[in-house]
Design a protein around this ligand. Sequence first.
Ligand SMILES: *Cc1c(COP(=O)(O)O)cnc(C)c1O
Length: 360
Amino acid sequence: MSDRVYNFSAGPSMLPLEVLERAGKEITNYQGSGMSVMEMSHRSKVFQKIFDDTKANFIKLFHVPENYKVLFLQGGASSQFSMVPLNLIGKTGKADYAVTGNFSNIAYKEAKKYGEINLAASSADKNHTYIPAQADLKLDPEASYFYYCANNTIYGTEWQYVPETGDVPIVCDMSSDFLSRVVDVSRYGIIFGGAQKNLAPAGLTIAIVREDLAGQELPYTPLMMNYKTMIDKDSMYNTPPCWCIYMLGLVLEWLEAQGGVEGMEKIKHAKAKLLYDVLDESKLFTCAAEVGSRSDMNVTFRSATQEMDAKFVAEATAAGFVNLKGHRNVGGMRASIYNAMPTEGVEKLAEFIRAFDRAN
Ligand SMILES: *Cc1c(COP(=O)(O)O)cnc(C)c1O
């Protein structure tokens, strides 16, 4: 489809073309059922099979151990900012938070409603251009959990290590690098993410919960925000986001064909390197994130002036590279290159950056 642009949107973002085409083919009649997945009862056999296969494939591809439950929820990653403390903080009344960007800061402020929150680390001193080192984390051994955000979508930084927290379970927001790299799930208590960056359309939130952490919720935890409720009913206490789960299933089949998460890890790193190399060589542009903290998913960069940034964005848009304007907190540009962005799109953007650098 030659009329499609290279879409560098931070989210919702690109989905694989094959997935969209397959969903299009099946949209009015899903595999002989005579109806769309959008029109099906979530209790029907046909949908139950979509649900079961999708969950099983997620567990397989992300290597989720047996003592974890995978939940398909709604409310966005943002709802987890409340759900995590409501379910976990009751143990000691305390929790550790690392604030390395916009979303972990929102989570930190939200958690303060429910307990005593220790700011274990913050990168605010340098406008979140780096990830704190293990030695700089101020950990409280009595914390009910340690919270961080693996990839900072707005600032373009990504944790390159899993924090060492002793017996304190780790909670991680992986919204913007979910299934882009191999993760040792057993290092975590809870991993969650909104699906709309890397995995599916907006409307689905995935939570991976270590079983023993559920069932300790605060007494006033809303019914729909209780991990135990959702675990007991296999995410079907009420109507789940059926269409998004179906789309996730198609994306996971596509991911499997790319070599699974292992294959994607190589591809995504090579894609990011293409951009960082050309930016490091350029005279015009500088990267926003420090070397060693750079994200493979969101590449943030800028020229010396806002006028030049605006010129770059305008010319890029005219050339078919869209949604490159940076977030207002950072300025400059941001190229979000999630799993579904083809290598070809990144190669062409790298060429465009090189040509623009020479011409200006
Ligand atoms: C986009 C994003 C969020 C917010 O997700 P919603 O699903 O819109 O609530 C949270 N955390 C990270 C890291 C994100 O990239």
